[in-house]
Design a protein around this ligand. Structure first.
Ligand SMILES: Cc1cc2nc3c(=O)[nH]c(=O)nc-3n(C[C@H](O)[C@H](O)[C@H](O)COP(=O)(O)OP(=O)(O)OC[C@H]3O[C@@H](n4cnc5c(N)ncnc54)[C@H](O)[C@@H]3O)c2cc1C
Length: 389
């Protein structure tokens, strides 16, 4: 049976960067579908780009994909500078919202715009959505139904396998003008073009000039508060994990894991993986004990669906000797200290784990040198191009 990294390598190998550049905006276009793995930290943007460079593609051929991969890195950098971006506007304060409650027509995929309804239903059932569809849904929610971006972003984050605080919340802010200079709109003609449908006579079947004056369509009047309830995420965890811990390695006894932890020398580190760092090539030595921390503080603030949590638990089976712990950082430390009072943890940098202690290691970046805040992607990309040449 192939390991996950072999499967991902094959997928990277099958990317046609030129076709990607040409057709990626079409809903059935040749996108990579790598984001659940990139967002969960299994592989990095740099890994994908370097693998393709190694195949001999020229920069011209790779540029569009490199740009999209860099959008991801860019959002992560903005997150480092704006750790509260999931709650606060980063650049502007849009004034057009009329409600924090999401229209049921959107949360249930019954807007009447056929392509969008299909996109929402796929999100709810499979946890995936094409980038262009995400833009359509975010625009419908924030700019047409005039719902605050935070409500829509919380709802979408919950359902996505690739749920990522930076990419998700900043994209929602970008669409509604909180992280961009203008609101994004797409009319029915645009949606038809990229979804290859021919729907007409909808409330989006209009000229772009009409959007500014458009009343909120009747279909969006029935709303509900999207509750990312604190208990939600805990309820989504398998029962064993709600009981704090599960031995994830087929057949391995917890007592064996505890013995391995006790045997760790002072020079050795206990790697702590998280929902944002499941790097299969990081400290994944066969004998080393490992912890997957499902950080309860993070999951209460940003709940994930059971589909996403199960996806994460499935990924954890790629690691030997891994124990899954549900709790916050302090609780994990207290538990570890009862086993090994001098345990040294190692973890990867992420804005959501600023309070972790131990050895902090850098994430992998396409351009590790570019760390400063750029108010727009354009500036970030220019800095990268300069560096590259
Ligand atoms: C409203 C909205 C919400 C979003 N929420 C998330 C999210 O929670 N998690 C997430 O990973 N992405 C998010 N994105 C960005 C983007 O939609 C996804 O990364 C992309 O759809 C993933 O599919 P793919 O792997 O096939 O992408 P591809 O087009 O094949 O791109 C390759 C990789 O480049 C990166 N990338 C591509 N486009 C973008 C982009 N616009 N922004 C950031 N990175 C990009 C991703 O890591 C992606 O895996 C969101 C976009 C919007 C408009």
């Amino acid at each position: 049976m192939s390991s996950l990294i072999e499967i991902l390598n094959k997928r990277i190998d099958s990317i046609d960067p030129q076709a990607y550049g040409k057709y990626r905006n079409f809903i059935d276009g040749p996108v990579t579908q790598l984001s659940p793995y990139i967002s969960r930290g299994v592989i990095s943007t740099r890994y994908v780009l370097e693998s393709l460079k190694a195949k001999g593609y020229s920069w011209n051929q790779l540029e569009r994909l490199a740009q999209q991969l860099s959008w991801r890195d860019y959002f992560q950098r903005v997150y480092q500078h704006h750790p509260h971006l999931a709650a606060n506007n980063v650049k502007n304060n849009p004034q057009h919202f009329v409600s924090n409650d999401i229209p049921k027509a959107i949360s249930q995929g019954k807007t009447g715009i056929l392509a969008i309804d299909q996109g929402i239903k796929t999100l709810l059932s499979e946890g995936v959505m094409h980038n262009h569809m995400r833009m359509y849904v975010a625009m419908l929610t924030t700019n047409i139904a005039r719902t605050h971006w935070k409500s829509g972003a919380d709802w979408m984050y919950y359902h996505l396998l690739d749920a990522d605080i930076a990419a998700n919340y900043l994209s929602w802010q970008w669409v509604c003008g909180a992280f961009s200079s203008k609101q994004y709109f797409a009319n029915q003609e645009n949606i038809n073009r990229y979804t290859k449908l021919q729907q007409t006579n909808t409330f989006l079947d209009c000229e772009y000039e009409e959007f500014a004056e458009m009343e909120v369509p009747e279909i969006f009047m029935n709303r509900e508060l999207w509750v990312s309830g604190d208990e939600n995420s805990e309820n989504n965890l398998p029962e064993t994990i709600q009981l704090k811990m599960e031995n994830l390695n087929n057949g391995m006894e917890l007592s064996t894991w505890i013995q391995k932890l006790k045997n760790l020398s002072q020079e050795e580190h206990l790697p702590v993986y998280t929902v944002y760092n499941m790097d299969v090539q990081w400290y994944n030595h066969p004998n080393l004990p490992k912890v997957l921390l499902l950080d309860s503080d993070l999951l209460k603030k940003h709940p994930m669906s059971s589909k996403t949590l199960n996806f994460i638990l499935d990924l954890s089976r790629e690691f030997s000797n891994m124990v899954c712990y549900y709790g916050n950082w302090e609780e994990l430390q207290q538990w570890l200290n009862t086993i090994h009072p001098k345990v040294n943890c190692v973890y990867k940098e992420h804005p959501s784990s600023k309070h972790y202690q131990g050895k902090k290691e850098e994430r992998d970046w396409i351009a590790p040198q570019i760390t400063k805040y750029f108010p727009s992607f354009f500036g970030y990309w220019k800095a990268y191009e300069k560096l590259k040449n």
